[in-house]
Design a protein. Structure first.
Length: 244
């Protein structure tokens, strides 16, 4: 759990020249990797529209820095001390309540549609999710930060593709995994026919029908629960798809 503990691992930077920084987006960077922190600072120093106001190495230091002098945007690693789990996500959730005007860009080394969805669960305004292999692309990095500062939502395109794919998978009927023969046998099951009757009508052995029916139950995700008839469940799924 991320808390507002005091930490010495915060490095405020000297103020930028007032004229150059007035219209710049003020950014606070948090990452436990020294190389990432310094790399981000050096890359963003090339963008006049960005002003890096501090560097932090852990979540408590980041929260303390935001409390002391709220930036426009926090750019934070998804995993940092003290627990190395999902500090970035916790920070985004905390700041949504304590500093709603502070944007958050979460950096991740891995593509995770789960974390991207979790980030947006409490609102997409002023939130971004960026893969670390994109932070060396100055134009992309700056456009993400400035968009988030303006209250927009920016999610890496690869994660959007994965989220869309997962949603399609959830909406996809498990009946689509059945073979044509299994669909025919499921239709017979839905009509209330026994395995023996199906075998006789389709000129199959009863053993072959039993095997087909067992595979149908497996592909439909119907467990071997004696309290619930799998034939009834399969029938309901079949009829539901036909009605849909």
């Amino acid at each position: 759990m991320v808390t507002h503990e005091h930490s010495s691992k915060s490095q405020p930077l000297p103020p930028a020249p007032s004229g150059a920084a007035r219209s710049a987006v003020r950014v606070l960077i948090a990452d436990d990797s020294y190389l990432i922190r310094e790399g981000l600072q050096q890359v963003l120093a090339l963008a006049p529209e960005i002003c890096v106001v501090g560097l932090c190495a852990d979540a408590p230091a980041l929260l303390a820095a935001v409390d002391a002098n709220p930036p426009d945007v926090v750019v934070t690693d998804i995993r940092m001390p003290p627990t190395q789990t999902d500090e970035g996500m916790q920070i985004a959730a905390l700041l949504r309540n304590s500093h709603p005007n502070v944007g958050v860009v979460v950096l991740s080394q891995h593509e995770s549609a789960h974390y991207a969805a979790k980030l947006l669960a409490q609102g997409a305004t002023g939130r971004g999710y960026l893969l670390k292999d994109r932070i060396h692309d100055l134009d992309h990095l700056v456009s993400t930060i400035t968009a988030v500062a303006a209250g927009e939502c920016r999610i890496d395109a690869r994660l959007v593709d994965e989220m869309v794919h997962q949603r399609r998978q959830r909406l996809r009927s498990p009946l689509e995994d059945l073979t044509p023969r299994q669909r025919e046998i499921l239709a017979d099951v839905a009509e209330g026919k026994s395995n023996l009757a199906i075998a006789q009508e389709r000129e199959l052995t009863q053993r072959a029908v039993e095997k087909h029916v067992s595979e149908i139950f497996g592909r439909l995700g119907l467990g071997n629960d004696e309290s619930v008839s799998r034939r009834v469940q399969a029938t309901l799924m079949y009829l539901s798809q036909r009605e849909g």
